[in-house]
Design a binder for this molecule. Sequence first.
Ligand code: SF4
Ligand code: ZN
Length: 292
Amino acid sequence: MRWWMTRERVDDRVVIALNVVLPTRGCSWNKCYMCSYALDSEDTNFLPEFMTIMDQEFQKIKIFTSGSFLDTRELPEPTRNKILDIIKKKKVRELTIETRPEFHEEALSVYSYLKKDSIALEVAMGLESSNDRILKYCINKGFTFKDFVKAVAALEGMKIKAYLLIKPPFLTEYEAIEDAVKSAEDVAEMVDVISFNPVAIHKKTLVEYLWRTGTYKPPWMWSVVEVLNRTCHLPAHIVCHPVAVGKRRGVRNCRKCTGMLAGKVQDYSLANGEITHDCHCRGEWIKEINSI
Ligand code: SF4
Ligand SMILES: [Zn+2]
């Protein structure tokens, strides 16, 4: 079972968060063009190991399931309840779970159960984009922006986090920036946190095929910075934790500045202050943006 610790903001305080990936059977949808989480699925009895990991010191726990925590086909209810019992004993301040919007009704029982112990529930949903054409043709998400909005309305009292993609396939670098900024503006009033995910190339996906055939490349780090700087004033808290930074399959600038900018993006996620930086590779990025 994979787990790691991060620093996160909970109610204006920076706390230690345990991030853990439960090896469930994987996402029931499993059709998004950039995603191969289902390949990581194992469907084993992970509870003993989960209990051991819980010995760490932390005030927040984020559970990733390679799909939806609230999908009972993926995570049967008795297992889910055992996990919640373990978390209750730990007396954390906040639990974050991930789900597709169609399972939102299941969130209500989890929320009420945790509320008795003053544990806040944050429900994270991968919206990716507020543009229905992009959801359908570039991502194959299987739901519309309206479905997401309906789920948000039903999750009253819970904290909501929306994941937005930076650079879905079939968009130029320029279009991807505009889509990410517009999507954030569209959801900023209805969610507490927006988490930008710059696309990284997963194995055995359509995006990997496009990348291998030279018709897709992951976003520039400059594009991520542009999106973050244009959205830092929005009412939602903005975070971004890119993966595969500087690698062939991930977000990148030149060798000189990628690492330093990645650090600035991490700091941004805590305080949302504007990122300033300069490097010779910025000219190349501007050329690419202007070529569209
Ligand atoms: S991105 Fe989310 S909804 Fe889409 S296939 Fe992957 S886990 Fe499922
Ligand atoms: Zn550079």
